[in-house]
Design a protein. Structure first.
Length: 118
């Protein structure tokens, strides 16, 4: 049965470890590094042509349709935040100065249902 783990590259020399000083390899070290690269290429099915081909631009996901749902709502002022971007000042004040807890800032529709005894 073929080995399903990628070859271990832990002994390989890291070319990015110190970009200011290029590493001079002995013939033996170079042979080890090349063998490791070839083994990794074989494991992942990468060919020399793949390496020479232009790198495609990564696909960016489409923006979400419509506004994001509210994650936090101030119970008194009604200020809201969808959780994207930096924390708004009202949220910092509510947590640090007003003493509110995070669960008190969750909108009612986002809280899990409570089971009532009875």
């Amino acid at each position: 049965m073929p080995d399903t783990d990628p070859p271990n590259a832990s002994e390989a020399i890291d070319p990015w470890a110190d970009s200011a000083a290029p590493v001079a390899l002995s013939r033996r070290e170079r042979a080890v590094v090349l063998a490791r690269i070839e083994a990794l290429m074989e494991f992942w099915g990468i060919t020399v042509d793949d390496l020479l081909a232009p790198t495609p631009e990564p696909e960016t996901p489409p923006p979400p349709a419509g506004p994001l749902p509210v994650k936090y709502r101030h119970p008194v002022t009604g200020d809201t935040w969808d959780g994207q971007g930096p924390h708004p000042d009202w949220l910092r004040r509510a947590l640090l100065q007003e003493g509110l807890r995070v669960d008190e800032l969750k909108p009612v529709e986002a809280l899990p249902p409570t089971s009532e005894a009875g």
